[in-house]
Design a protein around this ligand. Sequence first.
Ligand code: GLY
Ligand code: MN
Length: 462
Amino acid sequence: MFEKNVYVNRRNNLKKQISSGLVLVLGNDDAAMNYPSNPYHFRQDSNFLYFFGLDIQGFAGVMDIDNDKDYIFGDNVDMDDIIWMGDQPTVKELAAKVGVENASPFKELYKFIQGEQSKGRTIHIYPPYRGEHTLTFSEILNVKTGEVENFITEELIKATVALRSIKEDVEIAELEKAANIARDMHVTAMKMAKPGVVEREIYGQVEGTSLAQGGPVSFPVILTINGQILHNHYHGNTLKEGRIMVTDAGAETEMHYASDITRSVPVGGKFDSRQKDIYQIVLNANMNAIKNVKPGITNKELHLNAVKDVATGLKELGIMKGDIDEAVNQGAHAMFMPHGLGHMMGLDVHDMEGLGENYVGYGDEIKRSQQFGLAGLRLARTLQPGFVFTIEPGCYFIPKLIERWKSEGRFSQFLNWDKIEEFKDFGGIRIEDNILVTQEGYKVLGKPIPKTIEEVEKTMNE
Ligand code: GLY
Ligand code: MN
């Protein structure tokens, strides 16, 4: 955990932004996988980690805005816990490590909150994303499960997004660490991408590389020779010459900060000419977008520039045609890049997405588009120093989507169906990096990961 002042300052900053009431933050519990004592890997709630730092099951924290007091609720370990899991400091000792004086058994949380409610005080909660939390909230707040959502306040969400969006130096150091682990994961994948290898052999090594250096992966690894399926989690294909292997994978550090990197490499270590053409288009979009990162620019601008880069490149290959500005304006390019340029990243790989994507990526500033492709842009608002986010353009040939649009005669003025037919078996390419917005511009997090055609081929053939 960080030094105690980090947590004290965060809670003080939150209190300044909330007008009154109490903020109740539930930490996570173990979640049973197939029977109660065989749980999934434990992951603490990110808001609890951010404000209360304790990476342990079964805790809750409360911030009393009006009385400037903080509380931790949790249970001391008993002899059974000590025998099976080892000793732990007391709750009082743990609370002190994060600057909280008031520590009580978990069951007292119910009485405490209900007592404050009876005085007419507002209780603020975050949107629950686990069923157990909804049940616990319903008991603590003494309401039906369907009424729990009435306690979620926009005031708390907005204040939290404002704080967590600007990364502190200690967080940036963690995010750098996560990016460096991802570098090792991707170099491992590149070196293993040979014909005859089964995807899961590489997938296992990639995930193991993360585990060996800190934490588990920050989201389920995408590693596939069918990269046209954007979030492909099937790992049973045998690698073949002529396919591109897309690896979209990141690590969590011990402190739970994430990385999220994508590299796309030719099976066997040599791009053929068609692969080179598409790869270079995506690479240009990635590098131009990164180069233009600076405070004050909106990520929507970066996204629109990137999709224009992709569309312009595709026009040069004869895949798209006509006026590219107009094609992008109407959304014709989205057949090839149906997703957004990127998302915020921090304690969550899609940072704070559980609070509501529009609060994180749009705020009151920009309205989300409904247009296919642009609607998938998770981060659109103005970039500020301290933001950490991903830049991940891609180009995909999705046979079913191509067939659908072609049969509907969609955007025929911008899409050259005969040429597209030649690429229907291509697969997909995505190139993703993690970027910090600085006062002057940007910093790509982590040590460089092979990315140009030459760098990728060199690494794969070393
Ligand atoms: N890397 C997966 C995603 O950003 O959705
Ligand atoms: Mn991503």
